[in-house]
Each structure stands twice: as structure tokens, then as C-alpha cells.
Design a protein around this ligand. Structure first.
Ligand code: F0G
Length: 460
């Protein structure tokens, strides 16, 4: 059969509310044209993020009942530990309440003023945690990342020559670790190839540096390797995941993505000494090493999620359903980052709205247009999110890449059906027929950092 179906049926439903155009106009104005300030029950289809928004399976819900809430040594922890060790091949595992808690512990231990952390592209919390220690976070994506319309199978790759050049410039002793984000969320949700990971590993070996993965979307990355990397088609995804992690000395993982849970995270480490130090920090701020800020029931749900996410029929459906939206949007004349990645489709708002200059936030105009037309919530990834001056000195940073004005349609896992997506495609297609109806915005209020969450706008 050619048709790819959702490999599950629905046992419990959650109604969503259809609003009128007049209601949406009022809601949008009351929220200061910022989708983060709209109440979620006034959103029809919520594509703000794929993080923590997935649907759990019947087995995961059953796991919640099985959860053992002992403070120390809970059997739920040992079941979780065994599953995680089996999937990732790491002995030392710490649970955390979400990805950024793992990042904070890691960078507290290895970050400091005068240090440099390279990454294909830091996610914003990763960057913030690096910078919080006084270290400099450097993004070195491959050049293809910056060309949205160009199709390249692994636009998430790290620029290996730039990595070598950076290490030679700042000195290996000032680079505590090299990080690779799989998939590259801020770079368009694009995958990283095994060949690229191996090349980065070789540079790390030459300079005796540890390699860490920011691996929230490891299973989607592995499936895209299976689909796109020559010679990998017959390899089970489980094996590809092990190949990716065998190359790494550690990983931070937000389980809110491919862990298929609503909250949870992991810190994986090989180094015994670093593990002991991280355990002490975990106890200080998250919780004891056998629960790390989570309930025993959360550990059960994660153990189950990390197993389910590797089912190939699930991944085939997941990757195909994202590609379906991307292909249909392209056919409807909506410019997108090509090819669609693992968890989201990114609309190229700069290309869609050439009449709106970057200073008037074309991405935000598209976000408002989607809500106004159809009650769909998306997120701007462009001048609103990244247009603020960074808190640290900029002369130490290499020239910033030309900024893209993107709008991310992130797909929650196992939540929406194909007809929900057909509705999204129709709405975006109508905007693309009449982009002149989209209006630029100006900021009327902004906080000093991370302004996209709370800024208020008015239309120009
Ligand atoms: N790294 C990446 C690549 C991420 O995408 C995220 C979160 C994190 C780290 C932090 O994990 O939220 O569990 O603390 N991304 C979400 C998003 C918020 O919408 O893309 P967290």
C-alpha cells in the first residue's frame, strides 16, 4: 500500500474551539499581536512547538499508574535506566526535569569566561546556558543552512573546516567541548549526517576534545539518515541511533520531543569524574540521582516513550506527515525551507513578504496572518527572536550569518490528523495568494532579553 497512515487509533479526544473572525481579531489585538500571549484555548491548531505537546500512548498512561514514588532507588528509575542504557549505550545517566536543566548542569561544569563552545546552531536555551557561564557560544552551520530554497539532504551539518579554524584560532585548551544539535532546530529542523558526525569526531580526536550531542530529536535525525544517507537504507533505526551516540562523549536530551512525554530530560556522560560532579549539582538543584526533579511515574512514561519512538512505522508516518505539509505548502505557492526536516515546516516569510522589511518583522506578520485567517498558532524565528543585541561583547564572535525571516509550523507528535493539516495548508495557501494583505509591525513594548515571549506590537 502506498498510503501512509497514522499507526494508531484515538481513544480519548480533546475538543478544540472554532472561533469567529471577529473573535480572533479581538484576541489578536488583546495579545499585542504576539502569539505567545494568546490563551491556548483560543487557538484552533497549535503549532507553536513540538515540545511537551505530544500525545502519550495507552502503554505510557499505564506506566503512570505503575510509577513508584520512593525518594531513593525507585524501581521506576531502574526500569528507566535500563531502557536508556540500551537505546543510547551510555553507562552514566542522570534524569532531569527538561533539556535546559541538563544544559545548565553541563555548562556550569565546563563553561567559564575565556572559553568557546562551537555548535552547528545553539538552541536559544543552550546558548543562554553557555553565555550564563561567561563562555562564548559560536554557531558554525554548513553554508547550505543559509539557503532556504536549496535542497540538500543534510542542511543540519556542522561546518567542519570552520570548526578546525575556530579551534586553531582560540586554542583547543579554551574549547571545553564541541556540540552538535540533532536535528538542527534553529537551522530549520534539518538533520545531521553520520558522515558529518564522524568528521566532527575526527577533529575532536585530533585536538583531544569531547563531543556532545544536543539530541532532543535523535530518532527523527536517525530516520532521516536512513532515508537520505547513501548506504544506510537497510540499517535499523535503532542501530543508527547507536552509531550516532557511539561517536559522542555525552549528550543533553529534552525528552519532551522524541521521548514522547510532556516533561523530562536526560544528561548522558562517559567521563566518571564529570558524572560525579554532575550528580552533585543535580542533587543541589533538581533532586536525588534516581529521580532528578521528576516523579517516578514520569520516568516510567519516558522509559516507554524512548522505546516507542524507535518503532519504524511510527517514524515513517512522522517524517512523511511533515513532508506532506511541506510539499503541499510548496505546491500552494508558500516558500518554505527545503527539504522539510523532522519536526516542523519553516515558511520563508522573507520570500513570502518582500514588501515587508526586516525592521517590520515579516515573520511576525505571517504569524498574525495565520491566526487571523484560521486560528492557527505558529512561531516567528527571525528578527523578533534574534534581532536583539546579545548581552556579551560581539567583537569576539565571527560575523553573524545573514538572518532568515522564518515562521515555524512545529508538529506535535501523534496529535493532529491529516485533515487538520489540510486545513493548515489551505490557510497558508490563501495567505500566499494575497501576501499584500499581510502587514508589518512595530514593537511598542519589549523586555531587555528574550523579547519574543512578551513583546507587544502594533500594525504599521
Ligand atoms: N535543545 C534543542 C535543540 C531544543 O529544541 C530545545 C527545546 C532544548 C534544547 C531545550 O529543551 O525545552 O526541554 O528545556 N526546544 C523547544 C522548541 C522549546 O520549541 O523548539 P527544554
Amino acid at each position: 500500500m502506498k498510503t501512509v497512515i497514522e499507526p494508531f487509533r484515538i481513544k480519548s479526544v480533546e475538543p478544540i474551539r472554532i472561533t469567529t473572525p471577529a473573535e480572533r481579531e479581538r484576541i489578536l489585538r488583546e495579545a499585542g499581536f504576539n502569539a505567545f500571549l494568546i490563551h491556548a484555548d483560543e487557538v484552533l491548531i497549535d503549532l507553536l512547538t513540538d515540545s511537551g505537546t505530544g500525545a502519550m500512548s495507552a502503554a505510557q498512561w499505564a506506566g503512570l499508574q505503575r510509577g513508584d514514588e520512593s525518594y531513593a532507588g525507585s524501581p521506576s528509575f531502574y526500569r528507566f535506566q535500563e531502557r536508556v542504557q540500551e537505546v543510547f549505550g551510555f553507562k552514566h545517566i542522570l534524569p532531569t526535569h527538561q533539556g535546559r536543566a541538563s544544559e545548565r548542569i553541563l555548562f556550569d561544569l565546563v563553561g567559564a569566561p575565556g572559553r568557546w563552545v562551537p555548535n552547528n546552531t545553539h538552541f536559544d536555551t543552550t546558548r543562554a546556558n553557555v553565555e550564563h557561564t561567561g563562555a562564548v557560544a559560536v554557531d558554525i552551520p554548513c553554508p547550505e543552512t543559509r539557503r532556504p530554497a536549496e535542497r540538500h539532504p543534510f542542511k543540519g551539518n556542522l561546518d567542519v573546516a570552520a570548526l578546525e579554524a575556530l579551534i586553531n584560532k582560540v586554542g583547543a585548551e579554551n574549547v571545553p567541548l564541541v556540540m552538535v544539535t540533532v536535528t538542527n532546530n534553529s537551522g530549520g529542523g534539518q538533520p545531521v549526517s553520520l558522515a558529518n558526525l564522524r568528521a566532527v569526531r575526527a577533529v575532536c580526536d585530533r585536538h583531544k576534545l569531547p563531543l556532545f550531542l544536543d539530541a532532543c530529536r535523535f530518532a527523527e535525525n536517525a530516520y532521516l539518515i536512513k532515508q537520505r544517507e547513501p548506504g544506510m537504507q537497510d540499517h535499523p533505526v535503532r542501530e543508527i541511533v547507536r552509531e550516532m551516540f557511539n561517536l559522542a562523549d555525552g549528550a543533553t536530551i529534552s525528552a519532551k520531543k522524541d521521548g514522547l512525554v510532556n516533561t523530562g530530560g536526560l544528561l548522558l556522560l562517559r567521563d566518571e569524574k564529570l558524572f560525579m560532579q554532575a550528580s552533585n549539582l543535580l542533587i543541589l538543584t533538581e533532586g536525588f540521582v534516581t529521580y532528578g526533579g521528576l516523579a517516578g511515574r514520569d520516568l516510567e512514561a519516558m522509559a516507554c516513550g524512548f522505546e516507542e519512538v524507535l518503532h519504524e512505522d511510527y517514524l515513517a508516518y512522522r517524517i512523511r506527515s511533515v513532508a506532506y505539509v511541506g510539499d503541499a505548502l510548496s505546491a500552494a505557492g508558500v516558500p518554505i525551507v527545503q527539504p522539510p526536516g523532522g519536526h516542523a515546516v519553516y515558511i520563508d516569510a522573507g520570500a513570502l513578504c518582500p514588501h515587508i522589511p526586516a525592521s517590520q518583522f515579516p515573520g511576525q506578520a505571517v504569524v498574525c496572518g495565520l491566526y487571523r485567517k484560521a486560528g492557527i498558532r505558529a512561531v516567528e524565528i527571525g528578527s523578533v527572536m534574534f534581532g536583539q543585541a546579545p548581552p556579551h561583547a560581539t567583537e569576539t564572535q565571527p560575523a553573524a550569518p545573514p538572518r532568515l525571516e522564518l515562521v515555524r509550523l512545529a508538529m506535535p507528535r501523534r496529535v493532529y490528523t491529516q485533515s487538520h493539516m489540510d486545513y493548515v495548508i489551505e490557510a497558508a495557501g490563501e495567505l500566499a495568494k494575497d501576501p499584500q494583505s499581510l502587514r508589518g509591525l512595530r514593537i511598542v513594548h519589549e523586555p531587555p532579553v528574550l523579547r519574543h515571549f512578551t513583546a507587544r506590537f502594533e500594525e504599521v
